[in-house]
Design a protein around this ligand. Structure first.
Ligand SMILES: CC(C)(COP(=O)(O)OP(=O)(O)OC[C@H]1O[C@@H](n2cnc3c(N)ncnc32)[C@H](O)[C@@H]1OP(=O)(O)O)[C@@H](O)C(=O)NCCC(=O)NCCS
Length: 176
């Protein structure tokens, strides 16, 4: 990847279709479905006002959207009624043609920096520990955070941003 051409910026209103194209290409289509479930999930998060502005990012190469990471409001503790705000990360997708060139890593590290600057205390995601450990993610229960579904085990990971981050059960935004 020519580093000069890669640009990360917050998602803007006009990006919705390009973002959908990225996730449509990046994720598999479940049997019997028309498109990856991540396409509808991102749209539902956006339409429901759950995406965090300024932290939900697109990656562009030569003015073309090639990657996207969704950040949505979640909570740790007793749910949206009384939990402590935290951030749900994902889906994250990169166009297959440019995968393996650092776009995903750039999205992950930039999200961490922006969320920290915004005063967030904890990031959480469901994914492969083999990839996310390099960005400081740990098994959630190692730092006192329970997955929405305990069966997710080591695949539910969190990235504490402050020492006194909230603990308890993590709740995603309703579209999840
Ligand atoms: C996961 C994804 C976002 C990474 O983006 P990317 O631009 O390819 O990532 P980078 O180029 O920064 O990093 C590539 C590295 O991550 C590794 N990697 C990518 N996906 C991985 C996974 N699921 N498990 C383990 N390692 C993974 C690659 O092997 C590579 O390793 P290396 O640096 O040791 O060579 C991208 O591959 C993608 O869109 N995948 C399909 C959608 C998906 O699975 N999203 C994540 C689940 S929400």
């Amino acid at each position: 990847m020519d580093e000069v051409t890669l640009m990360l910026r917050p998602e803007m209103p006009g990006d919705a279709e390009a973002v959908a194209s990225v996730h449509r290409a990046a994720f598999p289509v479940p049997e019997g479905a028309d498109e990856p479930m991540e396409v509808g999930l991102v749209a539902a998060l956006r339409d429901g006002g759950h995406l965090l502005e300024g932290v939900t990012l697109v990656a562009e190469v030569d003015d073309r959207v090639v990657g996207h990471v969704a950040c949505s409001r979640g909570w740790v503790g007793s749910g949206s009624a009384g939990g402590v705000p935290a951030v749900g990360i994902g889906p994250i997708g990169v166009l297959p043609a440019v995968q393996g060139r650092g776009v995903g890593a750039a999205l992950m590290t930039t999200v961490t920096r922006l969320a920290t600057d915004a005063g967030e205390t904890l990031l959480a995601l469901l994914g492969d520990p083999a990839w996310y450990a390099r960005f400081g993610y740990v098994t959630s229960t190692d730092v006192g955070v329970e997955a929405p579904d305990p069966a997710w085990g080591v695949h539910f990971q969190v990235r504490p941003l402050v020492p006194d981050h909230p603990t308890g059960r993590f709740h995603y935004a309703p579209p999840f």
